[in-house]
Write a protein that binds this ligand. Structure first.
Ligand SMILES: [Zn+2]
Length: 182
């Protein structure tokens, strides 16, 4: 995978976050960001024909012609936040797609048998975008730098999870990615 693919996604998230007046080291208000982009966010229970749950979707032209993000009401709050951020990523990066439906998008990138390479790349980009929007790399790097190795990595993961209101899994993936690129 070309690095520029993910770099572009991270850059887009970082620029979008830069336009908000959020305090550093605090959770990102994804609904507010969606609203600023004139995107409606709704919750509901969504299933596709095979009966599998849909995590989220984005329709570029919903009611009143405005884009709409729908998230599965059954999911945990942190997961919903990630889903909204992921769908904002599709909006910013893949806006030419009229309707994008996500089932288990966290793993979509690894299901080569069911998803084409182009689909996988879009999911990777949307995930990179979401991770950067919810956990800005410069802040996470600073948290790691000032706490490691004084604190156990599990403690740092918990701190990031709490500060940014993201799942431990999302925080772990973010830290791994940053340490991997160091
Ligand atoms: Zn997606």
């Amino acid at each position: 995978m070309s690095l520029s693919v993910t770099r572009a996604a991270k850059k887009a998230a970082s620029e979008l976050l830069g336009q908000t007046n959020r305090a550093r080291y605090s959770q990102v208000d994804v609904k507010k960001i969606a609203a600023a982009l004139n995107i409606d966010v709704i919750e509901g229970e969504f299933r596709v024909e095979n009966g599998k749950d849909v995590s989220g979707l984005i329709k570029m032209s919903g009611k009143n012609g405005r884009p709409v993000i729908a998230v599965n009401t059954k999911e945990k709050p942190q997961r919903k936040r990630f889903t909204i951020a992921h769908e904002i990523g599709h909006f910013m990066l893949h806006g030419n797609e009229q309707l994008h439906i996500d089932q288990d998008f966290e793993f979509a990138a690894f299901r080569d048998s069911t998803s084409s390479l182009a689909t996988s790349l879009k999911e990777i980009q949307a995930n990179q975008f979401a991770a950067e929007l919810l956990m800005p790399s410069d802040e996470i790097q600073e948290i790691i730098r000032s706490n490691f190795p004084k604190k156990d990595i599990t403690e740092i993961i918990n701190e990031i999870s709490k500060t940014y209101n993201v799942s431990s899994l999302a925080a772990t993936i973010k830290i791994s990615a940053l340490l991997g690129n160091a």
